[in-house]
Design a protein around this ligand. Structure first.
Ligand code: 5GP
Length: 112
């Protein structure tokens, strides 16, 4: 079980900003930008490589909700970044797919 399953099950606290039947969004405990939200599916999908055809709906839902949450957080006008770190080379630490929503500052490209 990952730390994110414990957050979904309310076994450990998190600063939750959005929840519905399919997903949960909460503030990152170690923010890398003034706004740093993590958006996760409630169904545990460890990595991008575990996605199957049936995940089309949930992944589409997550992208639409990322857009809504960014707007609610006041990021839409200035812009923001969404990131999915996949496996070791990308620095994935928690093996439960999550979309990082980062904003509130200018970001560089390419990422480090
Ligand atoms: P990854 O490196 O896997 O893409 O991102 C994992 C993220 O989860 C990191 O940004 C890290 O700060 C965040 N994180 C790890 N443990 C916790 C926790 O217990 N609570 C919250 N809110 N965020 C966490």
């Amino acid at each position: 079980m990952t730390i994110f399953t414990k957050i979904i099950n309310r076994e450990i606290p998190a600063d939750i900003v959005y929840e519905d039947d399919l997903c949960l969004a909460f503030k990152d405990i170690n923010p890398k930008a003034p706004v740093h939200i993590l958006l996760i599916p409630k169904r545990k999908i460890p990595t991008m490589d575990d996605l199957v055809q049936e995940d089309k709906e949930i992944m589409g839902h997550l992208i639409l909700k990322a857009s809504d949450i960014a707007r609610q957080q006041g990021l839409a006008q200035d812009g923001y970044r969404i990131v999915i770190n996949n496996r070791e080379n990308a620095g994935q630490e928690v093996f439960h797919i999550h979309i990082h929503i980062l904003g509130g500052r200018k970001m560089s490209w390419p990422p480090g």
